[in-house]
Design a protein around this ligand. Structure first.
Ligand SMILES: [Fe+2]
Length: 347
């Protein structure tokens, strides 16, 4: 990266085919404390930069044999975009001077050259260049810090979420495998439905976290071998809204995850919970998890009943298209997992 001007790097390249002009300029500029390099043509100046390294400031005549000043300006800025170039122009060359400024020259000095003007323009060009470089440095540094902060925020978010998952697993060992499988089923189904990128990533996370609200479910109810009483069922139903409430402070920027957690027990016919919404009112991501959650629940052993064969579970999904489940989601799940022999998936 080009660095701001320091005493050690304060060199000025003077490009002019007239040796007398070069010497005169060099005398003035060296009295400012800069070391001067001199070149008699644009081509020689480029060679000098290649052998001596970049300089912070350069003064170039416009009319020179072989390579004129405008061509030199274009070439030098292509190779060294941070050099502050000051053009020397005749009184009648204002339009050429403007062209040079448009190409990227920092400034121009009109001939005949006044000593004080040269000093002032060189100092100003160096200050301006330093300002540009400092701004760029601060901007890059800021971008880097923002990225770093974002990465650390994400890490602590994932750690927090992971902590919740472990807390739930400690309470209900069944949930661990279930959540991972639901996540895998949901992602593959979502891909069939066109989900990509961050949206898909949120579905993956939503699958893992969909039952996180069961942290608040009484263990006696979670592990009950028989069917639930109406009061117990009402208690279990709370895990949807509770899960959303637990995660909302962490995942305010991930609405898809929150939709899944809150609405994965809604039904297309409006008979689900917690809100009793139906059809397209239910976010698509929640309709996806609803289908794959039910499939995994049916095909694995639970405290209250043994598992069902995958074919049976798939028949059940087909039977409940349009009532319990979204038909398009069922179709997407069936096509994503068309090899029944490979079901249920093993982690
Ligand atoms: Fe659930």
């Amino acid at each position: 990266m080009t660095t701001p001007t320091t005493a050690a790097s304060a060199r000025c390249l003077i490009v002019d085919d007239d040796a007398q002009v070069r010497q005169a300029l060099a005398r003035v500029i060296e009295r400012q404390g800069l070391v001067c390099l001199q070149a008699a043509s644009g081509a020689q100046a480029l060679q000098l930069l290649q052998s001596e390294g970049e300089v912070p400031v350069c003064i170039s005549d416009i009319y020179m044999p072989e390579m004129d000043g405008v061509t030199f300006l274009r070439e030098v800025l292509k190779l060294y975009p941070d050099i502050a170039v000051i053009m020397l122009t005749g009184v009648a060359e204002v339009s050429t001077a403007v062209e040079c400024l448009q190409i990227g020259a920092m400034d121009y000095i009109s001939k005949p050259v006044l000593i004080e003007e040269v000093r002032a323009r060189v100092s100003k060009a160096l200050e301006k260049r330093d300002l540009v470089l400092q701004n760029r440095f601060y901007r890059q540094n800021l971008e880097h810090r923002v990225r770093d902060l974002d990465r650390r925020n994400r890490e602590s978010l994932i750690n927090g979420v992971q902590m919740l998952v472990h807390a739930l697993e400690a309470k209900d060992s069944y949930t661990s495998g279930h959540s991972m499988r639901v996540s895998r089923y949901a992602v593959k189904t979502a891909v069939r439905l066109g989900f990509t990128g961050d949206w898909l990533e949120q579905i993956r996370l939503g699958g893992e976290l969909h039952d996180i609200g069961k942290i608040g479910t009484r263990e006696a109810v979670l592990h009950k071998p028989g069917s639930l009483t109406p009061e117990e069922f009402e208690h279990v139903k709370l895990h949807t809204a509770l899960g959303e409430r637990i995660l909302a402070p962490f995942l305010a920027g991930s609405p898809t995850v929150l939709h899944i957690v809150r609405s994965h027990h809604e039904r297309i016919d409006g008979a689900g919970f917690p809100d009793g919404i139906g059809g397209n009112e239910i976010p698509l991501e929640a309709r996806i998890v609803s289908v794959v959650d039910a499939f995994d629940a049916m095909t694995t052993n639970r405290a209250y009943r043994p598992s069902r064969a995958p074919e049976d579970a798939l028949d059940e999904l087909r039977r409940c298209r349009g009532t319990h489940f979204d038909g398009d989601v069922v179709d997407a799940f069936l096509s994503a997992f068309d090899d029944v022999a490979a079901l249920p998936i093993h982690l």
